[in-house]
Design a protein around this ligand. Structure first.
Ligand SMILES: [Zn+2]
Length: 353
């Protein structure tokens, strides 16, 4: 059987909905942390037996040849409705919330978003400098008939995710966007290491610091996840209480934690003016499958390296946890996303074409 009929062009409508609505609660850390928190498993005696847990002071040792900071930003520019083929081609709509709109009897909701990831290199030869930035525009949808949407401001590449009736569509699409951003962060991190060649940094001597959980990136060597906000107490109560007593520069022993994924972790207090009990405390993560000695060496390295990049409280209200190179990188990444109202207008023009 041959089918010579050309597929109908994708028809879509841009929703009047404000895409910034609800975005404050769907930040990357929230999404990555949310799954499985209530069932976190913790093994505290990785570095020290639990009875001997006490704050660990920084130690002397070699500094990394370069510190690479990786971060990513995302922004939803529009919610659109993609018209679906007549019911003969597909089963009847199941969930009304997935397939309803004021504009079309049978249409599925999708997100148009821009995202960017980049790397800042801090090396002795050049100081802190922007090493790599990549930005993308994407159409995130479950509609099988979705195609790329070209606009004068760039093409929104179609990312089709399998529908899951158990999951809220907005959450499903938001996770798909987060997954694409994570992939882009892995790409810039990997490329940044290749680009280090001319920086006078000995091979294998750099340290990679990912802003946010290391989830999906644990395969990157010498990599740390850097977590600024603490919504869940993972440690048993007596060990958790110790975190509030860390002096600036001190850390907890390394422990293993598992939620929907496993990793080594420790808490570290960055230099800060005295404040609430957890002021200046960050959690660091490295892969679960590195040997214990390597995890401890990374924890020691984090103590020697990260305090010198801690933010300045009079310049940044999120200091000291918002590291200075990361704050600069984030500003640059947001700039690269482009003007959101111009992009929304370009999408409305594309929809009308
Ligand atoms: Zn450099």
């Amino acid at each position: 059987m041959t089918n010579t009929a050309r597929p109908a062009p994708m028809r879509f409508h841009v929703d009047g909905w404000d895409p910034t609505y609800g975005s404050s609660v769907e930040n990357a850390e929230g999404l990555d942390n949310a799954v499985g928190d209530s069932t976190a498993r913790v093994i505290p005696d990785v570095e020290t037996v639990t009875a001997d847990w006490k704050p660990i002071s920084p130690s002397y040792g070699p500094a990394p040849g370069a510190v690479l900071f990786v971060d990513g930003v995302r922004r939803v520019e529009a919610r659109i409705w993609i018209e679906q083929p007549p019911p003969a081609d597909r089963p009847a709509p199941v969930a009304a919330s997935h397939y309803s709109s004021a504009n079309a009897a049978d249409a599925t909701m999708a997100l148009c978003a821009s995202y960017a990831a980049g790397t800042v290199c801090c090396c002795p030869g050049y100081g802190a400098h922007l090493l790599m930035v990549e930005s993308r525009r994407g159409l995130f949808t479950t509609a099988p008939n979705a195609v790329d949407v070209p606009t004068p401001a760039g093409t929104y590449r179609a990312h089709v995710t399998a529908d899951d009736m158990e999951e809220n569509l907005a959450v499903l699409l938001s996770s798909a966007l987060q997954g694409s951003l994570r992939d882009l962060e892995v790409l810039v991190a990997t490329n940044a290491r290749t680009a280090l060649d001319g920086h006078g940094v000995a091979g294998g001597s750099d340290l990679l610091v990912v802003d946010g959980p290391l989830r999906g990136r644990t395969h990157l060597p010498r990599a740390l996840g850097f977590i600024k906000s603490h919504r869940t107490a993972y440690l048993p109560p007596d060990l958790h209480a110790m975190v509030a007593h860390l002096a600036p520069g001190e850390r907890t022993p390394v422990f293993l934690m598992g939620t929907s994924w496993d990793r080594h972790a420790w808490y570290l207090r960055l230099p800060c003016t005295p404040g609430p009990p957890w002021a200046g405390v960050v959690r660091l993560e490295c892969a679960a499958d590195v040997p214990r000695e390597e995890a401890v060496a990374l924890a020691e390295l984090s103590q020697r390296v990260l305090p010198r990049y801690a933010g300045c409280e009079y310049k940044d209200p999120r200091a000291p946890q918002n590291l200075v190179p990361v704050a600069g990188l984030e500003r640059e990444l947001r700039r690269r996303l482009g003007n959101s109202s111009l992009l929304a207008r370009a999408l409305r023009t594309a929809a009308a074409a």
